[in-house]
Design a protein around this ligand. Structure first.
Ligand code: NAD
Ligand code: UDP
Length: 343
């Protein structure tokens, strides 16, 4: 393995990590996947292997376990790490803040510390549009001020961004990129990997696909009295394969040492706002089915609208979202049918 062309993926059995593994391999990288399987299944790694047609090193490791992580750093040669490993349920983070601060921050500090200790240069961090909160001006650019976090989960993203900025500033040779994802949705077109929410999904698209599959009797639209064109919230839904390719572009940038400074931030979205209602009607249209839905009260903590200005990612990373919402929602349904054995 050539260390310059090898990427360690923490949380690589998860939703975004598994898709990123595929795109990195398609782009000529080797990957090493680690995951503690706390929110994923080892079948996802087999799905990645099936798509790329070759074996991939995978180890069950908790990134909070420094000694186990150190052993991975000693065993494999890699220059770049993509750190996906984190808990991500906003509501649960409010109920169990320590669980979130512990897992999301200790794991990230272990990664950065071991990179410093072992002289690894490139780290890419999964941040989130949640850092923008309810922005005054839309779309949001990377310069839009962050708002105080409204959940411990959101706070872990802000703190981790700051940790990365400070460490890249202090330790020469360490490069960091934070990608602020908007709303990742969809699945790989092969339907061999996709999102696997545990229990009742919080996110809109898995709730839609589970409703279409008959697992949920009714979809709720949380509020239709927002100050938006159809009264429902606006979001920027980014196809997970496009999102995965943004990671490849960011790794290329770090490996090619084309960073303007040692720490950079990029918004990763489509730049197009889509309402909850538009998303549902598009899903119905492209998959030729009807969804039972009702309007209910607003969900606490939801912002009315947020979408990305993606100019920086377009120009500096040379990356742009390519897949249409139609294709993305077809893929989301194909994946749900695959895991439920629906013909
Ligand atoms: P996911 O839960 O599918 O993937 C995360 C993976 O990390 C899981 O496989 C889980 O088992 C693993 N993991 C968690 N803690 C770990 C630990 N201590 N050690 C090893 N593995 C651990 O989630 P995802 O949607 O793929 O999200 C990936 C990253 O992107 C997360 O950091 C998440 O916060 C961030 N993010 C996700 C979204 C989204 O809507 N999906 C949006 C913005 C940011
Ligand atoms: N939403 C909804 N019904 C659901 C789940 C979500 O109406 O069952 C709405 C939610 O209010 C928000 C949008 O869908 O406006 C996206 O929510 P999601 O939880 O997927 O992502 P968020 O933007 O909150 O991170």
């Amino acid at each position: 393995m050539n260390s310059n062309k090898t990427v360690l993926i923490s949380g690589g059995a998860g939703y975004i990590g598994s898709h990123t593994a595929v795109e990195l391999i398609n782009a000529g990288y080797d990957v090493v996947i680690i995951d503690n399987l706390s929110n994923s299944d080892r079948n996802a790694v087999d799905g990645v292997r099936d798509i790329v047609g070759r074996d991939i090193p995978f180890e069950v490791v908790d990134t909070c376990d420094r000694a186990a992580l150190r052993a991975v750093f000693d065993r494999y040669a890699f220059d770049s790490v993509i750190h996906f490993a984190a808990f991500k349920a906003v509501g649960e983070s409010v109920a169990e803040p320590l669980k979130y601060y512990q897992n999301n921050l200790v794991s990230f500090m272990n990664i950065v510390e071991l990179m410093k200790e072992t002289g690894r240069p490139n780290v890419l961090f999964s941040s989130s549009a949640t850092v923008y909160g309810e922005a005054e001006v839309l779309p949001v650019t990377e310069q839009t001020p962050r708002q105080p976090a409204t959940s411990p989960y959101g706070n872990t993203k802000q703190i981790a961004e700051d940790i990365l900025r400070d460490c890249c500033g202090a330790y020469s040779g360490l490069n960091g990129i934070a990608l602020r994802y908007f709303n990742p949705i969809g699945a790989h077109p092969s339907a061999l990997i996709g999102e696997l929410p545990r229990g009742v999904p919080n996110n809109l698209v898995p709730f839609i696909t589970q409703t279409a599959a008959g697992i949920r009797p009714m979809l709720s639209i949380f509020g239709n009295d927002y100050d938006t064109p159809d009264g429902t919230c606006l979001r920027d839904y980014i196809d997970v394969v496009d999102l995965a390719k943004a990671h490849v572009a960011a790794v290329n940038r770090m490996v090619g040492a084309r960073m303007e400074s040692s720490y950079e931030i990029f918004n990763i979205g489509t730049g197009r706002p889509v309402s909850v209602l538009e998303l549902i009607t598009t899903f119905e249209k492209v998959n030729d089915l009807k969804l039972p839905y009702q309007y209910t009260a607003r969900r606490a903590g939801d912002v009315p609208a947020v979408w990305a200005d993606t100019t920086r990612a377009n120009e500096v990373l040379g990356w742009k979202a390519e897949r249409s919402l139609d294709d993305t929602l077809r893929a989301a349904w194909a994946w749900e049918k695959h895991i439920r054995n629906i013909k």
